[in-house]
Design a binder for this molecule. Structure first.
Ligand SMILES: Cc1cc2nc3c(=O)[nH]c(=O)nc-3n(C[C@H](O)[C@H](O)[C@H](O)COP(=O)(O)O)c2cc1C
Length: 223
């Protein structure tokens, strides 16, 4: 396979790795999940600390329990938001409505998603200081989310859909303690539902890269 062809396949997978929130009831092999976690484990982390732990939930009653907390968190979150009314176009409005409907669908049906993966992040001191004071080297979660995205990309390569979600954090301590995790020691970086999508993978709408890219000085663009 030529390098161009390989790049084309990889880039197509990256660009079509988007939030999937509607899943079929087809089961997912543990071996495939492990392979995706191996990809996650290859992600970069600050000082190579590899801080994350993975908690894979497959048992239906445990999934139902996690899903229940997710649903409560999601609906509280949605109710707290104001509906935007100033859409720039009908396309923008429809896109927002699709995301809201899909998010509600996931919140109301998460118990049926075959696999839920929790990415756990330890509550450890992070950063450093010298004689002049604290050194800001970025937050610890910057060392966890690359693993989450690697996982989602690997899943996409197997034809599996995923969605990086975080609203479960609203009830993190309830969820963690029930799963045998000390919420004093860990927080939830992400909850990723995994399954075969009911729809097709497509490329999501995004701002044009040229509109958000600056060369050498902020504000200097190349078209
Ligand atoms: C940090 C983060 C938190 C997110 N939390 C949630 C969530 O709790 N629930 C949810 O349904 N989607 C969640 N999402 C998914 C986003 O809504 C989604 O990535 C975005 O709308 C783009 O979707 P698209 O790739 O399908 O266009 C989250 C995404 C990120 C990056």
């Amino acid at each position: 396979m030529s390098e161009d062809h390989r790049a084309e396949i990889v880039l197509e997978h990256i660009k079509t790795t988007r939030a999937i929130r509607r899943f079929s009831d087809r089961s997912v092999d543990d071996a495939v999940i492990l392979e995706c976690l191996r990809a996650a484990q290859q992600a970069p982390s600050g000082g190579n600390v590899q801080p994350q732990q993975y908690l894979v939930v497959t048992e239906p009653d445990v999934r139902a329990w996690v899903a229940d907390w997710y649903g409560r968190a999601y609906h509280r979150y949605e109710a707290s938001l104001e509906d935007p009314s100033d859409f720039r176009s009908d396309d923008d409005r429809r896109s927002w409505e699709r995301t809201r409907d899909a998010s509600r669908h996931l919140a109301d049906n998460m118990a049926d998603v075959p696999v839920l993966v929790l990415f756990l992040q330890p509550r450890i001191a992070w950063g450093s200081e010298d004689a002049d004071g604290p050194l800001d080297i970025g937050r610890l979660d910057a060392s966890v989310y690359p693993a989450v995205q690697n996982f989602c990309l690997a899943a996409r390569a197997y034809g599996l859909g995923t969605a990086l979600t975080t609203v479960i954090r609203v009830y993190a301590s309830e969820v963690l303690e029930e799963l045998g995790v000390s919420s004093d020691r860990y927080e939830i970086a992400a909850l990723v539902p995994v399954g075969y999508p009911t729809g097709r993978f497509g490329i999501a709408r995004r701002k044009p890269v040229e509109a958000v890219t600056h060369w050498n000085r902020f504000g200097e663009r190349r078209r």
